[in-house]
Ligand binder design. Structure first.
Ligand SMILES: [Zn+2]
Length: 135
């Protein structure tokens, strides 16, 4: 059997599970710097992926990055130059604090208010976790 044939065969033999991964991937920002501003073009998709309100995510980022931001059409505009690495780190932190279940790691959670306390409730396993991060 030739090497190419082996590759083909290997591909064919892969079970479906491998190509259909269910692992949640933290969204990453897409954007660019324009003058003294930073434009994020996929902000609404990211909020959608995280199943959180864009306003909530924006409020968090503004606070964490100490930078005002506003929506322009379907884009988010920050009032200064920001590196994508820095923004991605904050998104990852937000995802960890507000979205992913601490028990099962799934993103199927809701933020609920119970007696004035913010909790992250997992729809998959029922786990409730206090949200300590303030926005
Ligand atoms: Zn869970």
């Amino acid at each position: 059997m030739s090497y190419e044939e082996m590759l083909k065969r290997g591909k064919k033999d892969l079970p479906d599970v491998v190509s259909k991964s269910e692992r949640f991937e933290t969204p990453r920002v897409k954007g660019h710097v324009e003058g003294n501003k930073t434009i994020i073009v996929n902000f609404f998709q990211m909020a959608d992926t995280l199943n959180r309100k864009p306003e909530h995510l924006l409020k968090y980022l503004q606070r964490e990055l100490a930078t005002p931001g506003h929506f322009e059409d379907k884009r988010l505009v920050f009032g200064r130059k920001l590196g994508s690495t820095m923004i991605n780190e904050k998104i990852a932190k937000y995802t960890h604090d507000f979205v992913l279940c601490e028990k099962c790691g799934k993103p199927d959670t809701q933020v609920i208010n119970e007696n004035g306390k913010l909790l992250k409730k997992c729809m998959a396993c029922g786990q409730k976790t206090d949200i300590k991060t303030k926005i």
